[in-house]
Write a protein that binds this ligand. Structure first.
Ligand SMILES: NC(=O)c1ccc[n+]([C@@H]2O[C@H](COP(=O)([O-])OP(=O)(O)OC[C@H]3O[C@@H](n4cnc5c(N)ncnc54)[C@H](OP(=O)(O)O)[C@@H]3O)[C@@H](O)[C@H]2O)c1
Length: 276
């Protein structure tokens, strides 16, 4: 299953998150094996950030994708305090070094900060011209921030907005998702399991049992049923990555989606964007 970026390129609808991977040396080989298994199963969009473990996640991703760079759509993020044109260049070079690649496919501003958006956009475009990144986007941008970006010179080149979105966190269904949909900008849904909490929600556990699916598969299949949504579950376990990839083969029916809407209702009013 694929999603189309505004530039016309397609990316997998189901990718892999990597927050906290690489933090525990004892788990390193297991985590690398999990990421590689994900690549085998088509989860070739890999999300990381300079923030994660102070570069440890990027280092681990670099090791996991070594020799398979051409199979991967690599996403990383710059800290807002490094989002000035000059600091961004340095951050990007450091990320490229840890990842051991020439180019990052999609480079995101991790959350809105105090550097003027026009300067950040200029910085992204300079990196793009230099071949250090192929595309750029944002993360944790609410509707007003997206509108500001849209009104910034060059801001229309944004490729995604990566935000918290899962069955238990549906705030963006009110206005951000419709706004992004209208501009054909995909939502990259982070923490699709609400960092594991959603997988223990009794209503979801019962629903999954009735459908003969695992809870993680229901959580992901629901996201995959949403138009223009890319999901990036994180797991450091090979077996769980296999289980999660299984969601691709279990699309939910209209009746199942209606029941999930009753169990996890969409918002009835605007709420500020939730962040982790
Ligand atoms: N832009 C941002 O501000 C932002 C914020 C948060 C996250 N993110 C990105 O989104 C990715 C995903 O979000 P997340 O890591 O916060 O949380 P998540 O993917 O919602 O949940 C991860 C947790 O679920 C567990 N898990 C995974 N598959 C499972 C399964 N099949 N059964 C049971 N448990 C399972 C993982 O444990 P195991 O590893 O032990 O399997 C881990 O504890 C991150 O890794 C990161 O790349 C971005």
């Amino acid at each position: 299953m694929k999603r189309v970026l505004p530039c016309g390129e397609t990316v997998p609808a189901l990718g892999q998150g990597t927050w906290n991977l690489g933090d525990d040396p004892a788990l390193r080989q297991q985590e690398i094996a999990a990421l590689r298994r994900g690549l085998d199963l088509g989860l070739t969009l890999v999300d990381t950030a300079e923030m994660y473990g102070d570069g440890r996640s990027e280092l681990l991703v670099g090791e996991a994708i070594a020799g398979r760079r051409d199979q991967v759509f690599l996403v990383s993020k710059v800290y807002p305090h490094n989002a000035s044109a000059k600091a961004m260049r340095k951050s990007c070079e450091a990320s490229l070094g840890r990842l051991r690649v020439e180019t990052i496919d999609l480079y995101l501003l991790h959350w809105p900060g105090s550097v003027p958006l026009a300067e950040t956009v200029e910085g992204f475009e300079a990196l793009r011209r230099a071949g250090k990144i192929r595309h750029w986007g944002v993360s944790n941008f609410d509707t007003d921030a997206m509108q500001d970006l849209w009104g910034t010179p060059g801001g229309g080149a944004v490729q995604v907005n990566q935000v918290l979105y899962n069955l238990a966190e549906r705030g963006i269904d009110w206005d951000l998702r419709p706004w992004l949909h209208a501009q054909a900008i995909p939502v990259m849904a982070y923490s699709p399991f609400d960092q594991g909490r959603l997988l223990r929600a009794p209503a979801l556990v019962r629903f999954a049992q009735r459908q003969g699916m695992t809870v993680s598969q229901v959580a992901l299949a629901w996201l995959l049923a949403q138009e223009g949504v890319i999901a990036i579950p994180k797991s450091g376990s090979r077996e769980r990555v296999e289980e999660n990839a299984g969601a691709l083969a279990r699309p939910l029916s209209a009746a199942q989606l209606e029941e999930l809407d009753r169990l996890f209702p969409p918002p009835q009013e605007a709420t500020p964007l939730a962040m982790l």
